[in-house]
Design a protein around this ligand. Structure first.
Ligand code: ASP
Length: 329
């Protein structure tokens, strides 16, 4: 019997990988998926059947929750129709958030791979073709199954839940400070170093569109941005110092806020978990958790904001929000 060729859907949201120079100066999204695929050396030699969709043509900064919600519907339909894996091309600026959002909506075994480029198609050494090739190889491979949504970039494979954009221009910008990459693409094959990945139970984007604010704490912060915030937003993520600390004089404003909306406590450090039971001073993580803030664990503030958005959109109550962060963080 003839062996079935893996079918991979390649969907574009835009981003630098699709950008070329425009008359008014600078670069902007322009290339279609088919044009991009035609520029990838070695792609035609792969034993893969490619399907393409030009879904959006946006810089990463302008992708919305609604765009990703619509994309999850397309992904789900395509997988149900027999596609083996999906590659999403998009701007790197928001990959750490969109990939996690995709991950929260995908509980199946099929690889959903997000990639992009740091150097646009007109630049010497553009990284888009190499990233796209590695992404397709990953999406088509049984080795990448059961890992949820992953980000493939510079031949590294990162879990959506952990990956961060860590550099504004470097090609190796994507890193997983907590735990490192799940694997690498070696000689065209994904080689996973992690055999099993705990998956977050699938969540569905509900009908409502909550507003979740992200507030980063700074030196001598008096919490002025927090006053009245509870009447304007549906939830707040606080990117606190270190293991989850804020200045003492910020505590009353946080107390007021937590009475109005769910408030999640994450760390602004970029790696590590917030604590829950070590420090006892006013404004410490123990103090804030006792006042009702929800610890984000290892989830960074940006992913915590995505998770809180999804939970609020699904109408989750505070106990449910606590439980979801305990499981995901
Ligand atoms: N500004 C670009 C974007 O996110 C950056 C990139 O794609 O690398 O669309």
């Amino acid at each position: 019997m003839e062996k079935l060729r893996p079918r991979v859907l390649v969907v574009s949201l835009g981003g630098t990988i699709t950008m070329t120079p425009i008359a008014s100066g600078g670069v902007a999204p322009a290339l279609s998926v088919d044009q991009l695929l035609a520029s990838v050396p070695g792609l035609a030699d792969l034993d893969v059947e490619l399907e393409t969709v030009d879904f959006r043509q946006l810089p990463g900064a302008s992708v919305t929750f609604d765009d990703v919600a619509a994309l999850t519907v397309l992904v789900r339909r395509s997988l149900a129709a027999g596609v083996h894996g999906v590659v999403v091309i998009q701007g790197t600026d928001t990959i750490e958030e969109t990939s996690y959002l995709l991950d929260l909506h995908h509980s199946g075994p099929e690889p959903v791979v997000v990639t992009g480029a740091m150097r646009n198609a007109a630049m010497a050494g553009a990284d888009g073709p190499a990233n796209l090739l590695a992404a397709v190889q990953t999406a088509a491979s049984p080795a990448a199954r059961d890992m949820g949504c992953v980000v493939v970039f510079a031949d590294e494979i990162h879990a959506a839940r952990r990956v961060r954009k860590t550099h504004s221009t470097a090609g190796s910008t994507f890193r997983s400070p907590n735990g490192g990459p799940l694997g690498y693409v070696v000689e065209g094959h994904p080689r996973m170093l992690v055999e099993r990945l705990s998956r977050t139970p699938e969540l569905r984007l509900g009908g409502s569109r909550p507003t979740v604010a992200l507030v980063t704490v700074g030196l001598d912060d008096d919490g002025v941005l927090l006053h009245g915030l509870g009447s304007r937003v549906d939830g707040v993520v606080v990117a606190a110092f270190g293991a989850g600390h804020v200045p003492q004089r910020m505590v009353p404003a946080l107390q007021e806020l937590v009475a109005a909306v769910p408030v999640v406590l994450a760390s602004r450090t970029g790696a590590g978990s917030v604590l829950t039971g070590t420090y006892g001073f006013p404004g410490s993580e123990r103090d804030l958790v006792a006042r009702g803030l929800i610890p984000a664990g290892f989830l960074d503030p940006f992913k915590a904001r995505v998770l809180l958005h999804v939970l609020l959109a699904a109408g989750t109550d505070r106990d449910g929000i606590h439980a979801a962060f305990a499981a995901a963080g």
